[in-house]
Design a protein around this ligand. Structure first.
Ligand code: NAD
Ligand code: LMR
Length: 332
């Protein structure tokens, strides 16, 4: 067995935490041969609940879990960690946009950036899930200057999973037979789920999704709005935001970082823009990436048509506005 990996999950007493703690402990993210030490963080009033979660993880008798540390102290939670799932934040309620959470949540990510900077390993990989995820990740990295900013990413994998599932359902094929769907931009209703480069495995071969589903009105209309509005649809139905599917997507995202992407596949995640595809440099924009040796690279030179360009610019503009609002909220 390999050395144990220290993994922090914030908001571990919350909804997403309840699924995520089990999934990470089960070995699906870091590998069946890699033990984990779980560092569970929540706020002081939630310590009773967190202790219950901690008892339950122990009672799961998961062979990969070497130890569980449950705490309300970020200095303890982030001490020497290799990976962090930053989930702890307020979720939105019906009728809100995710950016409405900015003022309430961004200061959490400022403080956690500062704590990561002091206590985590410099190689730590930080996935931000708490909304608005892209901008929180930007702020977290800004306040952790001793950690390479490439180590921070924001979750748009849930949007990618949603998009893949829509297409698989439309074609009546397993979801694993749809690949290279792209989520561009923000994890918000301005995101652009793009099928132009996606393929589907039909009748024994990989074909472009645009050839498999010859229905431009659907592909450029209902498909996009369904994915953009899926989070709100789940809130309307459950009266609570997505949790099981968010935890699964967080595991998929971290697994891609830890174990790499298969040949010929790319995945989407919010990472610092280097200006690729004429996006604004420095915002956390969701791009298609490939990953090797725990380092991501933006997939280059995909053709972008006018339809895509317009949508990619709309979501970029929103990210710039969120960045400016977040920076001023952190100065208050
Ligand atoms: P929840 O309210 O059930 O749980 C959040 C937990 O975070 C609570 O236990 C709370 O006490 C804790 N918390 C608050 N401040 C904290 C802090 N400073 N440090 C540590 N813990 C803290 O919410 P949830 O449903 O688990 O959602 C959590 C966040 O994830 C929300 O912001 C939600 O919008 C977001 N989310 C993002 C995605 C995505 O795709 N990026 C998907 C689903 C949900
Ligand atoms: C989601 O996409 O389900 C989450 O970001 C929760 C939300 O507020 O939509």
């Amino acid at each position: 067995m390999a050395e144990p990996v220290r993994v922090c999950i914030t908001g571990a007493a919350g909804q997403i935490g309840y699924s995520l703690v089990y999934m990470v402990g089960s070995g699906v993210v870091f590998g069946n041969d890699t033990p984990v030490i779980l560092h569970l963080l929540d706020i002081s009033p939630m310590m009773g609940v967190l202790n219950g979660v901690s008892m339950e993880v122990n009672d799961c008798a998961l062979p990969n879990v070497r130890d569980v540390v449950a705490t309300d102290d970020p200095a303890v939670a982030f001490k020497d960690i290799d990976a962090a799932f930053l989930v702890g934040a307020m979720p939105r309620k019906e009728g809100m946009e995710r950016k409405d959470l900015l003022a309430a949540n961004v200061k959490i990510f400022k403080a956690q950036g500062q704590a990561l900077d002091q206590h985590a390993k410099k190689s730590v990989k930080v996935l931000v899930v708490g909304n608005p995820a892209n901008t929180n990740a930007l702020i977290c990295a800004k306040y952790a200057p001793s950690i390479p900013r490439e180590n921070f990413s924001a979750m748009t994998r849930l949007d990618q999973n949603r998009a893949q599932t829509q297409i698989a359902g439309k074609l009546g094929i397993p979801v694993s037979d749809v690949k290279n769907v792209i989520i561009w931009g923000n994890h918000s209703s301005t995101q652009f789920p793009d099928l132009r480069h996606a393929t589907a495995h039909v009748n024994g071969q990989d074909v472009p999704v645009y050839d498999a589903i010859k229905d431009d009105a659907y592909l450029k209309g209902e498909f996009i709005t369904t994915v953009q509005k899926r989070g709100a649809a789940v809130i309307a139905a459950r009266k609570l935001s997505s949790a099981m599917s968010a935890a699964k997507a967080a595991c998929d995202h971290m697994k891609s970082i830890w174990q790499g992407t298969p040949e010929g596949h790319f995945v989407s995640m919010g990472v610092f823009s280097d200006g690729s595809y004429n996006t604004p440099e420095g915002v956390m924009y969701s791009f298609p990436v490939t990953i090797q040796d725990q380092k991501w690279s933006i997939v280059k030179d995909l053709p972008i048509d006018d339809f895509a360009r317009e949508k990619m610019d709309i979501t970029a503009k929103e990210l710039c506005e969120e960045r400016d609002d977040a920076i001023s909220a952190c100065q208050d």
